[in-house]
Design a protein around this ligand. Structure first.
Ligand SMILES: CSC[C@H]1O[C@H](OP(=O)(O)O)[C@H](O)[C@@H]1O
Length: 318
């Protein structure tokens, strides 16, 4: 079992094919931007931060193999390929945020006459490589801060029962995770009684990925059907719901995996504190409210089939 979704070293990139988990643990080589776009679009790699990191690293791999005599040629190639990578999946903002930051950075290098084309290429690749460690550092901070926030609402020494949705752990980020990072910190502090997590149809991020992570880390946990969450909050004294985010709008509206909204409504009804654990790279200050967030529509086969086996009778329009 491995929880390293992304393996990168000196211009070589491999990603864990999450479509095969938990049955098979297989790494896919990423030789450039086209490979990066495909693994993101097919959801072999998924999770808002991981999408941005893999997308940008696929560009770093490609750029590292080329030689640029002219700085403007490098800038043009970088801009075009970053904008292409954004198109792989629309809802998570992290790839767009990373692209905007990197385009601004390479423009500053292009405009700095003291920087040669070779230096520009090296500094640009280094800026992308730094995203890996930054994400892990952010996740640990989110985990510690989130655990404190959850524990502020319970009596001293009480062990907590958490509900989470989808996968927001090491398989959705560079490592450690966001909402699952909060769960990891509660467990490390010996304050976690149990983490309930939903199967998260139709891709089954919970049943396939979150289960994989919590078993690996030996964290007390229970897999529940998506349809159980209301009953669970009625009967299991859940202390908090903690979820991730694909995109948070300027007013705090949050787009996350389908099913999150109904969990939030039920949490409100049962007066269970509801937390969104997300890095700054998931916040889009250019979008005023959630109404302006593009919600992804995936192929219907992802609902009607599991491992290429039909589980839903053929019907009309789904
Ligand atoms: C830590 S971000 C996790 C985020 O990504 C998931 O979506 P997907 O598996 O489709 O990429 C889900 O929305 C999670 O909240």
């Amino acid at each position: 079992m491995t929880l390293q979704a992304i393996k990168y070293e000196n211009g070589t990139l491999e990603v864990l094919d999450q479509l095969l988990l938990p049955k098979e643990s297989k790494y896919i080589p990423i030789l450039g931007v086209e490979d990066g776009w495909k693994v993101i679009n097919k959801m072999q790699v998924r999770g808002a931060p991981a999408i941005a990191i893999v997308g940008c690293l696929s560009l770093a791999v490609e750029i590292s193999k080329e030689e640029f005599e002219k700085k403007k040629a490098l800038r043009r190639e970088v801009e075009g390929k970053l904008n292409y990578l954004i198109s792989a999946r629309p809802t998570a903002v992290n790839m767009k945020q990373a692209a905007d930051h990197l385009i601004s950075y390479i423009n500053s290098l292009d405009n700095d006459e003291s920087v040669s084309a070779q230096e520009m290429q090296a500094r640009f690749v280094a800026a992308i490589e730094a995203m890996l460690e930054k994400d892990i550092s952010d996740n640990r901070s989110i985990g510690e801060f989130g655990a404190k926030a959850v524990l502020n609402n319970v009596t001293d020494g009480e062990q907590v029962r958490i509900l989470t949705h989808c996968n927001t752990g090491s398989l959705a980020t560079a490592y450690f995770g966001t909402a699952l990072g909060v769960v990891r910190c509660l467990h490390s502090a010996s304050r976690l009684e149990n983490c309930y997590f939903t199967e998260t149809r139709p891709y089954n991020q919970g049943a396939r990925l979150t289960a994989y992570e919590l078993v690996h880390d030996k964290i007390p946990s229970t897999l529940v059907c998506d349809s159980t969450v209301a009953y669970l909050m009625k009967t299991a004294q859940i202390n908090a719901v903690v979820v991730g985010a694909d995109r948070v709008a300027a007013n705090g509206d949050t787009a996350n995996k389908i099913g999150t909204y109904q969990i939030a409504v039920v949490a409100r009804h049962h007066e269970v504190p509801f937390y969104v654990a997300a890095p700054l790279t998931s916040i889009d200050f250019n979008v005023n409210t959630g109404d302006n967030i593009v919600i992804e529509e995936r192929p219907q086969v992802e609902m009607t089939h599991i491992n290429n086996i039909r589980i839903a009778s053929p019907v009309g329009k789904l």
